[in-house]
Design a protein around this ligand. Structure first.
Ligand code: NIG
Ligand code: FE
Length: 435
């Protein structure tokens, strides 16, 4: 039976202590900020590795033959300190999904088939389908229902090695439902070892009560919802769907400036369907990240590199929409820091598959395995403002790690679209083991 280990504290702060031995190969990026350009490919790889974790924090990571490790191991054996034998398995940092919309009700499988038959995503949106259908279902859902749905989805993340996840609102649009979604994320935090980071995405679509009047809706968002979300401390980030026919560049700028004024960090859904210039706006405002970027212009991407704005690429969405992938190779070759995420949502990407995401990044976006791993760990941590404390396996960082049923991390790509995650450690505590 697959399953979570019982008896864990929620919030990923349980702070376990243990020694991890006989790691076949440990692979990790290093650093406390995003790795950009060529640095993305510079992983530390150690054969026959060991890791020491003290109260949830890594205190040693290196070769088993290192005298410091041997001393620790001897001491551990004498004192009955917990030892976990990795039996030759590969070890990587816990995966970080830095862009998801996982709290919603209802599904839209009919739209998937319409799209498969050629109807464009934005055409469905224009006809009042798309996001607004999920808004309708989510407004009707109680917090209990949202908790159940969210918790099931978190289970699926955990067994694929995700130890930190971002959760966007944006399927409520009115004050009550947006707050309910964000409070659901907060409540879920008490029940899961996965760390959650919340993002307010009020400008995701114009709701029916403001139909045809995006300006009035934005006024409501800026003057009513943003301050309410801020005062209740329900989200660290503010995001906007900056897209042709949704919120234009000027509206996005106004909203993001207001959010920044209130202390939010910024994210944008940028240049997904049309080349509107969202990537350039992200750079202009020093946003933490700009996400999607399928149609982003070269000059805007270069501006992001200069501004240190992280490019979050979402290969599963491009795949599901049958759109050309974001040009991650160009981005890395031009000095950007790329992160990878699922974009899990009921419309453009009803998939939580980390293994498929990894395969697409390597096989179709031409990332090296090392770059893809950096994108899914340290750079994703940086896209959530967490690179100081997580995203890599090194002394001083939170002991969030996965053990893979494979001798090396290369198998994450080689064993195409297969979940290799055998054990997940969150802050040094085993929180999941696949039998
Ligand atoms: O990131 N593009 C906007 N938002 C989501 C899709 C939301 C939906 O279709 O429900 C995305 O792709
Ligand atoms: Fe999204």
């Amino acid at each position: 039976m697959d399953g979570r280990q019982e008896g864990q504290d929620g919030g990923g702060s349980s702070g376990g202590s243990l020694i991890l031995t006989n790691i076949g190969e440990l692979a990790t990026p290093l650093g406390r900020s995003a790795r950009a350009g060529a640095q993305m490919g510079q992983l530390l790889r150690i054969k026959n590795a060991g890791v020491v974790v003290d109260k949830g924090v890594i205190s040693f990571c290196g070769e088993m033959s290192d005298p410091a490790f041997c001393d620790k191991l001897d001491q551990a054996k004498r004192e009955g300190f917990p030892i976990l034998d990795a039996n030759g398995m590969a070890c990587a940092p816990g995966f970080i999904d830095c862009h998801t919309h996982f709290i919603f009700a209802g599904t839209r499988e009919d739209e998937f088939f319409w799209r498969a038959n050629g109807l464009p995503y934005m055409e469905i949106h224009r006809r009042g389908g798309g996001i607004l259908r999920t808004v309708e279902a989510t407004r009707k859902a109680s917090q209990t229902e949202l908790l159940e749905l969210g918790s099931k989805r978190l289970e699926s993340m955990l067994c694929q090695g995700i130890t930190t996840v971002e959760s966007k609102s944006g399927y409520g649009l009115d004050l009550d439902t947006e707050v309910r979604i964000l409070e659901t994320a907060k409540a879920l935090q008490a029940t899961t070892p996965v760390d959650l980071v919340s993002t307010y995405l009020g400008p995701h679509a114009v709701p029916p009560e403001f139909l045809g009047d995006p300006e009035a809706y934005l006024e409501f968002v800026i003057h009513t919802v943003l301050p309410a979300v801020r005062s209740r401390n329900l989200a660290q980030f503010a995001d906007v769907f900056c897209e042709d026919g949704v919120f234009d560049l000027e509206q996005s700028r106004r909203y993001l400036l207001a959010a920044r004024e209130l202390g939010f960090h910024l994210k944008l859904h940028a240049d997904e369907m049309a080349p509107l210039g969202g990537a350039g706006l992200a750079a202009e405002l020093s946003a933490t990240s700009a996400d999607h970027l399928l149609k982003a212009a070269d000059a805007d991407l270069l501006a992001m590199a200069r501004a240190g704005t992280i490019a979050v690429c979402l290969p599963l969405t491009a795949f599901a929409l049958r759109e050309p992938f974001a040009r991650a190779r160009f981005m890395i070759d031009n000095g950007l820091a790329v992160a990878l995420a699922s974009d899990f949502n009921p419309g453009s990407c009803y998939s939580q598959s980390v293994p498929l995401l990894f395969a697409l990044a390597v096989l179709y976006m031409n990332l090296t395995i090392d770059e893809a791993l950096t994108g899914l760990t340290l750079n994703a941590a940086a896209a959530l403002g967490l690179a100081q404390t997580t995203g890599s396996i090194e002394a001083g960082k939170k002991a969030d790690m996965v053990l893979l049923d494979a001798p090396s991390c290369d198998f994450l790509a080689y064993n195409v679209a297969t979940n290799l995650v055998k054990t997940v450690l969150k802050a040094g505590t085993v929180v999941y083991t696949r039998a």
